[in-house]
Design a binder for this molecule. Structure first.
Ligand SMILES: [Zn+2]
Length: 402
């Protein structure tokens, strides 16, 4: 996926100058190492087209900034003779705090450069938390996650994955129906309470961002993403390598696409919305699982022999088919990723197309692939980390001011 278009200009760097070129190349090297996990200097030279000594200088600068570290490859019988190329790794000590409030719990994690969720905690709330509760619980959770690591970890900021509409310009949560929130300044509250730079976006869009960089959507320029969770259904769209955000950040709300003409009233005020008709809670209840056991749902549904479960799955699958049909016909993606509880409704391989995409225009599904999300429950937190890291990845030298 390409860089989002909303990144800031590098402050104090005039365009077309040697300094701008240096900063751009630093960003290219760090971006590659971040996305790939690790690369040798030789691979970085090949991938960037820069010469070897320039790559060496840039890696050295990133190492001095403590954004990467290097190791020597293991010497084995298969290694060619000659000087081995050092392996460059993203620093594990540069972290983002990722927060995902849901209707039943708040998830807080630490995500390192390289997109690794190194620690996470789930705090049960026994109902939708208020924005004040999210701030207070997060503050306590962060203190616990960082305990004993002071001085070891460098926290770049906090990323909030919100199950609702988030205004792109300032992170204001315009609405989160399942939490009962309207116009909550959660981003500002969190920044004030913790002292960390805080950014926020719609959780589903962040999940897609994670899948696009590290998961099933790696290297795919045209993809559609559906995810279902405790707080409803969301999604995201990447077209031509660019994330579709809309005028203010509210794009790709697949949970509120119209799928049932005699449908139920949705909290958004309309009727027949996908997420008003198809819920994780109903599927969990049908197979006798508690909300905290959502990660067992796919297997429980697959192994169920209960006719009532089969009927509910068939009902939900028919509506998923309508939602996927609309998305495929609108966006002509090469890949549709289905994650969260919606995975329980989808088959595999050819069967997946037959199950959820066979009502799309034939030409649009000719080369279409339907794939499950691969990052599992971690994708929203990894996506929130990715949001925090976006400024750093755009201008690594700016970390000097963090
Ligand atoms: Zn709705």
């Amino acid at each position: 996926m390409s860089q989002p278009a909303d990144l800031p200009q590098r402050p104090g760097v005039a365009s077309g100058t040697t300094e701008e070129l240096r900063r751009t190349n630093l960003a290219r090297i760090l971006g590659l190492v971040h996305r790939e996990g690790h690369l040798s200097r030789a691979e970085l030279t090949r991938l960037t087209g820069l010469n070897r000594s320039t790559v060496g200088v840039l890696v050295g600068e990133l190492r001095d900034l403590e954004l990467v570290y290097e190791s020597m490859p293991a010497i084995g019988p298969g290694n060619r003779a000659g000087r081995p190329s050092p392996i460059v790794h993203p620093s594990r000590s540069v972290v983002a705090i990722a927060v995902n409030p849901e209707v039943d719990a708040i998830h807080v994690g630490l995500v390192s450069l390289g997109g690794l969720l190194i620690k996470r905690v789930r705090i049960e709330t026994g109902g939708g938390p208020s924005s004040h509760e999210v701030v207070e619980i997060t503050r306590a959770a962060v203190a616990g996650l960082l305990a004993g690591e002071e001085g070891q970890l460098r926290v770049v900021g906090i990323g909030l994955a919100v199950p609702g509409l988030v205004r792109l310009s300032d992170g204001q949560v315009r609405s989160a129906d399942h939490l009962g929130w309207v116009d909550e300044p959660l981003t500002e509250m969190m920044a004030q309470a913790t002292g960390y730079r805080t950014v926020a976006a719609n959780g589903a869009q962040l999940g897609m961002r994670a899948e696009g960089v590290f998961g099933a959507g790696r290297g795919v320029d045209d993809l559609v993403y559906f995810i279902g969770g405790a707080s409803g259904i969301g999604g995201g769209v990447i077209i031509g390598g660019q994330l579709l955000v809309g005028a203010e950040g509210y794009a790709s709300e697949f949970g509120h696409t119209f799928v049932a003409s005699n449908g139920a009233l949705c909290p958004c005020g309309a009727t027949g919305c996908f997420e008003a008709e198809v819920t994780q809670a109903a599927l969990l209840e049908s197979v006798g699982l508690h909300p905290s056991q959502a990660d067992l749902l796919v297997e429980a549904v697959a192994s169920s022999t209960d006719a009532r479960v089969a009927a509910l799955v068939e009902h939900d699958r028919a509506l998923l088919r309508i939602a996927v049909r609309n998305a495929v016909n609108l966006f002509n993606p090469s890949l549709v990723i289905v994650g969260g509880f919606l995975s329980a409704l989808v088959g595999e391989g050819e069967n997946a197309i037959a199950t959820v995409a066979n009502e799309s225009i034939a030409a649009s599904r000719e080369h279409l692939v339907i794939a499950p999300a691969v990052l599992g429950a971690e994708q929203l937190l990894i996506g929130a980390g990715e949001l925090v890291f976006s400024e750093l990845l755009f201008d690594p030298a700016a970390i000097l001011s963090v």
